[in-house]
Design a protein around this ligand. Sequence first.
Ligand code: NAD
Ligand code: MLT
Length: 532
Amino acid sequence: MKIMIAEPLATEGVEALKEYATGAGLELVIDQVYGQKPGELLQNIVEYDALIVRSGTKVTAEVIEAGKELKVIGRAGTGVDNIDLEAATQHGVLVVNAPTANCRAAAEHAIALMFALARQVPRADASMRQGKWNRKQFIGVQIDGKVLGLVGLGRVGSEVTRRARGLGMTVLAYDPYLSAERARGLGVTLASLDQVLQQADFVSLHTPLTEGTRGLIGPHEFDQMKPSAYLINCARGPVIDETALLQALEEGKIAGAGLDVFAQEPPSNSALLNNEQVVLTPHLGASTEEAQVEVALEIARDVFDGLTAKPVRHAINAPMISAEVLEALVPFMDLSERLGNLAIQIAGQHIGRVHVVYGGRLAEHDLTPLKAAIIKGLLEPISEERVNQVNANLVAQRRGLVLVEEKRPHVGVEQFRNLITLRIGEGDNIREVSGTVRWGQPILVSINEYWINLELNGYMLICTNEDRPGMIGQVGTMLGRENVNVSFMQVGRDKPLGHAVMAIGLDQAPPEALLNDIGNVKDIHSVQLVKI
Ligand code: NAD
Ligand code: MLT
């Protein structure tokens, strides 16, 4: 077996790999090849069974394709945004990461930046090195008694919370996907993003980089912040619109920023580098001796287990089901994941409890793989943490997500042999989706109790409206005017001229303004774009 380590990894990790191999009686070659150019990595990867990287190596589809022997990619750290996961999955390459080992280091770094900003440490240090003794210029602000606003309350956000509360801060957080119970347990009040930005003296970002968080902090968000507030980013650079940040600093909309991560690394934005209100560090969040040793040990264990086909702790993309169960359940796993994916998008709120009903012959099986697929569908759009058969329950547990499962051997609706229903929310806020498998395809058959019949795939516009003549035509014309092609349209209603739901399949995402215009059409109550 050959492992390439493409970026510095603590010796403890390398030694652990050797020990595991000796213990298993396997021959192992470990090559530490640092600083390769993309072309060199492409050439060199050919003969390796595993590749271990940090955040500085782009593991592209080409690299994965070139790695003919590649079985495992180990990310020695949390974020997997430098690895083409889709390509890895398509090529059957297991991706593992080390998500728990460096979250305390990252949290400490966020706190370090907060102090550096509050007490102007870097500027005072630079001033003294110029031979000055200027005590009046560097009056700081106190941390005790201030409000810390977190955006993202996962592993790192939770660790920041513990420290901030110990410093006498009040913690507010915006995390639309976290249960109120979990937040309460941490002593944090959940609030909207605007409320967090308006009330916080320090705002610290701790979301993954996803399509939903790219540019999350832009001009509108800076307008909400206090002129005395500081922004800290130890998550991922592109979460902040850097041009808007510079403008906000220049116009005095915020007092300063502490940045560990950048849209481009190393950063190319010289205006940011020259701005005195910004404290900068070169992606050091995880760079403590302790975290690096823990990360190296954590990744060594999973890379070796992955190579020797043992269950891994932090698999990002691995389905692990026995062949027989697989055969019966594969189409329903796909359906379950898509239903979860749709449910979280239409719920758009904290998910604490999800009620799942498995109806029909399906209910005779052990449905653990379906539960994992539902959790994967529910969490994948909102977390960097990929969920699979190995870690689904653990992830759900950690996030306070409870799946209440019910098996009903009889569906109760004649035309379906099998039916899976997901119900999210409480009271007036319940969202419900049901689906089945027909000719091997996942089909959505009901949404919020309206019966429909459509493929769960691609972009879908979901409108609730009054059932009146001309509604379908109006929406169709508006989409056509903007050149948005409709692939299918389905309507469900409670009774003639009652309430209805329109589900419209689209070949591409319509512009935001068009969604607003459709939402303003008389008798349309809600419009939502989802992507399955
Ligand atoms: P996590 O998955 O445990 O937590 C992320 C949280 O963000 C989740 O609770 C999720 O619900 C929430 N979230 C998702 N979308 C959101 C949105 N649109 N708005 C608000 N909240 C949203 O991840 P983590 O381990 O806590 O890591 C957080 C970030 O820190 C990641 O980007 C990770 O790559 C980064 N990180 C950086 C360093 C560093 O060296 N600077 C070190 C470790 C982690
Ligand atoms: C991470 O995602 O773990 C961090 O960005 C740290 C790193 O890889 O250096």
